[in-house]
Write a protein that binds this ligand. Structure first.
Ligand code: CFN
Ligand code: HCA
Length: 528
């Protein structure tokens, strides 16, 4: 049965033509094929994607606890990107701004007459009440449309109040998804924050953790393990992170990157500007954690660090061994579908595999082709005077123009001179016959569920209840519902416990929805 074609065949010609490029049924041949990604969703299709503002403010900047992040826009954008995010943070110097939602609450009259006055007033009030060291202003859609100059207001604020103030033109409509917002946030943090501090590290092995947003406390569990081994963490981008510590990020020896999709820009720019190396890690799933810790120790090449790493791994695994075995016995042989943003759909396959669960359907909302297909990176090319446009020097097969503004010919030439590093790519790690879908929509979700019948579906708020009403256990992998952490050794057990509870709850057997017994729609045939 070609599940992919059964679903695609239900579309009209125009949509079929578009969507067929975004869906792969894995086999030896299709594994080598490109997948369309990071393109505009078809209007009218119920995509799960978010917006540029969500990526910039909601994801990257929102968790910074000593920054007053001010949404310039109608209240809904500020509130949604605050109230639904579960990034946790402990106070820094007695401050924890993430408990507040700051917004200019633009009204109709501001849209008509301009909102800059209101923005200035909001900044004045914010400074009087909260006395922040740093304000970050984030634009929503209407701000871009009416042309408020948030950058001028930020510069004015710096002059007038002597604090740091940055503006982010991350209007929701920019680009095709959250992804553009990550890029905008990353660029400004790189330009205006990283490298402005001078606090010397105190330990030998110093790192930054990139792409860890401390959802449900994930970052804390990762920190706990790394500190046990003996690493000094200068800063975290950006879960439980802060402006103060981010300023010193360039002092670290190594950047470790958890979510590559949202922050690869900073990793590469720091490599170019400060020579800080980076490696990809994954702290979701036991085998992935072990591998990541070993890769880190290997990077530093220190015998004692390697021994300490092995000792910590052995101890942590021994602590969870009994529970792991129990949950394995409950979950073994089950199947899963995963549909999240730009990195978790891959990361969580490792964790599920630890408990014997096979992923039969996986997709990303806004990942780029390299997240699916893997990435070829030319490791270090020195910036040359002619390439004024080079933002950072990551050169990938499919996106070389976007990342480094190299022409096809330049890329091909460089490739012959410098060996490529290969890594990543969800597709090549998945089994034959499983399905990969880019920018999954509600129609496809329902159709694939009918055909593949996964035991569980990991996704977000937009389809959680649709799935549960269809009788499929669904867990949010964005917010973890109300739970977490799921990263690290202890997180793995939390995850397995939650999934086991979800699958085995007697609730599934207590209700019979009406459509299970009789058809709710009556069709009348006209004309025989
Ligand atoms: S915390 Fe991250 S892990 S940052 Fe990114 S790509 Fe989103 S907000 Mo939702 S849960 Fe999701 Fe990833 Fe990186 Fe989160 S899979 S969609 S923009 N994401
Ligand atoms: C976003 C944020 C989001 C939404 C989650 C969801 C998050 O990109 O808009 O749809 O359930 O993790 O909070 O991805």
């Amino acid at each position: 049965m070609n599940v992919r074609n059964i679903v695609l065949d239900k579309y009209g010609a125009k949509v079929y033509k578009n969507r067929k490029e975004h869906i792969i049924e894995i086999n030896e041949e299709t594994k080598q094929q490109p997948i369309a990604a990071n393109t505009r969703s078809i209007p009218g299709i119920m995509t799960n994607r978010g917006c540029c503002y969500a990526g910039c403010k909601g994801v990257v900047l929102g968790p910074l606890k000593d920054v007053l992040v001010l949404t310039h826009g109608p209240i809904g954008c500020g509130f949604y990107s605050w109230g639904t995010r579960r990034n946790k943070a402990k106070p820094q110097d007695g401050r924890n701004f993430i408990e507040y939602c700051f917004s200019t609450d633009l009204q109709e009259s501001d849209i008509v007459f301009g909102g800059e006055k209101k923005l200035r007033q909001a900044i004045k009030e914010a400074i009087e009440i909260f006395n922040p060291k740093c304000i970050m202003i984030c634009s929503t859609c209407p701000v871009g449309l009416i042309g408020d100059d948030i950058h001028a207001v930020a510069a004015e604020t710096e002059r007038e109040y002597g604090i740091s103030c940055m503006a982010f033109s991350c209007e929701g409509y920019k680009g095709v998804s959250q992804s553009g917002g990550h890029h905008i946030a990353n660029n400004t943090l790189m330009k205006k924050v990283i490298g402005t501090g001078d606090a010397e590290p105190t330990k030998k092995f110093t790192i930054n953790i990139l792409g860890e947003y401390n959802i449900g406390g994930d970052g804390w569990e990762v920190e706990r393990i790394l500190k046990r081994i003996g690493y000094e963490i200068i800063t975290i981008f950006t879960g439980n992170g802060s402006y103060e510590t981010m300023k010193n990020a360039h002092m670290a020896n190594l950047n470790i990157v958890q979510c590559h999709r949202s922050i690869n820009y900073i990793a590469e720019m720091m490599k170019t500007k400060y020579g800080v190396d980076w490696i990809k890690v994954n702290f979701i799933g036991l085998d992935a954690i072990k591998q990541s810790l070993r890769d880190m120790a290997t990077y530093f090449g220190d015998k004692e660090l390697m021994e300490r790493t092995e000792a910590v791994i052995a101890d942590e695994l021994a602590n969870i061994a009994e529970e792991k075995e129990y949950y394995y016995s409950k979950l073994k042989g089950k199947t899963a579908a995963i549909y999240v943003g730009g990195s978790r759909s891959h990361h969580y396959q490792n964790l599920l595999a630890d408990f014997g669960v096979k992923t039969v359907l996986a997709g990303y909302e806004f990942a780029h082709r390299d997240d699916y297909e893997g990435r070829e990176v030319i490791p270090t090319i020195k910036e040359d005077a002619d390439s004024k446009n080079i933002e950072h020097l990551e050169v990938t097969k499919d996106e070389q123009k976007y990342h480094a503004y190299l022409t096809e010919e330049q890329y091909e030439e460089l490739k012959t001179k410098i060996p490529l590093e290969q890594y990543g790519g969800m597709i090549k790690t998945m089994d034959d016959n499983s399905i990969v879908v880019d920018d999954l929509n509600h129609f496809e979700t329902e159709e694939f569920v009918k055909l593949l019948k996964p035991d569980m579906f990991f996704s977000g708020i937009k389809d959680k209840y649709v799935l549960q009403k269809a009788g499929v256990y669904s867990k949010q992998l964005h917010s973890y519902d109300y739970s977490g952490p799921y990263a690290g050794f202890n997180g793995a057990i939390n995850f397995a416990r939650d999934v086991t509870m979800g699958l085995y709850t007697p609730a599934w057997g207590l209700v019979t929805p009406p459509w299970k017994n009789k058809s709710t729609l009556k069709a009348k045939l006209v004309g025989g």
